[in-house]
Every structure is written in structure tokens, then in C-alpha cells.
Design a binder for this molecule. Structure first.
Ligand code: THU
Length: 130
């Protein structure tokens, strides 16, 4: 069983590190690997706006670069309502974890809802397509 509350808490904490001077919109993420490790991330913006990287991808790339390639769940926290990963992040996460449990929380971490990544990204394009 995934400890959803713990993962949300870590996403909320990671959100404090967001570098978002342009949008003012801070996002935090916490990714639970199959081996039990949790990798966190925040959005990192850039003066060249298009180079911004979302919190979810920061967490995923940190994880993969440290040897984790199997994932169980991801919590993302932002804004006033439950925060849903953008399309680019859904695609990048799908590469490693098509059935990932996605926990979408607000910035306070008090409210969240869940969905499987396969629900958020139907008719997907992945490694098995090639
Ligand atoms: N952002 C994320 O970090 N994750 C998402 O899934 C959606 C958007 C960030 C990117 C940008 O820094 C800010 O939120 C506003 O789009």
C-alpha cells in the first residue's frame, strides 16, 4: 500500500524549493521508486521561458540518474485545487511507469485525488509502440 499522505507531504516540502520567478507558480513532486526510495523535484524556470522544467520531470530525471527505473507512485502539489501533471510530464513518466499511481494534491497538501497514469494518458505512445 502506498502511503499517499507521506508522499504528498514530501511533494509539498519540495514545492518550497521551486524556482518560479516568471510564472510565480510553484510546483513540488515526490516520486516513489519500487525499491522504496523517494525522489523529489520542483519546477525550475529560466529567463528563456521554454527551457523551464516541470517538478515531475526533475524528480524523474533525478531518480533515473541515480539508478531507479521502476516507479510505484508520484505525488504532485501545486495551486489551490488538485494539481494535474502536464501532458509532457505524463509522456515522460509513461516511458518508465505506465501504471503509475498519480496523486494530485493542492499546494497545502490537505486535499488530493488519485488516478492511474494510463487513465491520464489514454491511447499512449510508449516503448512498446516502437
Ligand atoms: N509546471 C510543473 O512544474 N508541472 C506541471 O505539471 C505543470 C506546470 C510548472 C512549469 C512552470 O514553471 C509553472 O508550473 C507554470 O506553468
Amino acid at each position: 500500500m502506498v502511503n499517499e499522505a507521506e508522499l504528498v507531504k514530501q511533494a509539498v516540502e519540495a514545492r518550497r524549493m521551486a524556482y518560479a520567478p516568471y510564472s510565480g507558480f510553484s510546483v513540488g513532486a515526490a516520486l516513489l521508486a519500487k525499491d522504496g526510495r523517494i525522489f523529489t523535484g520542483c519546477n525550475v524556470e529560466n529567463a528563456s521561458y521554454g527551457l523551464t522544467v516541470c517538478a515531475e520531470r526533475v524528480a524523474l530525471f533525478k531518480a533515473v540518474s541515480e539508478g531507479a527505473k521502476e516507479f510505484v507512485a508520484l505525488a504532485v502539489a501545486c495551486g489551490e485545487g488538485p494539481c494535474s501533471p502536464c501532458g509532457a510530464c505524463r509522456q515522460v513518466l509513461y516511458e518508465f511507469a505506465p501504471h503509475l499511481l498519480v496523486i494530485m494534491a493542492d499546494g497545502s497538501g490537505k486535499n488530493w485525488r488519485t488516478a492511474r497514469l494510463s487513465e491520464l494518458l489514454p491511447h499512449s505512445f510508449g516503448p512498446r509502440t516502437l
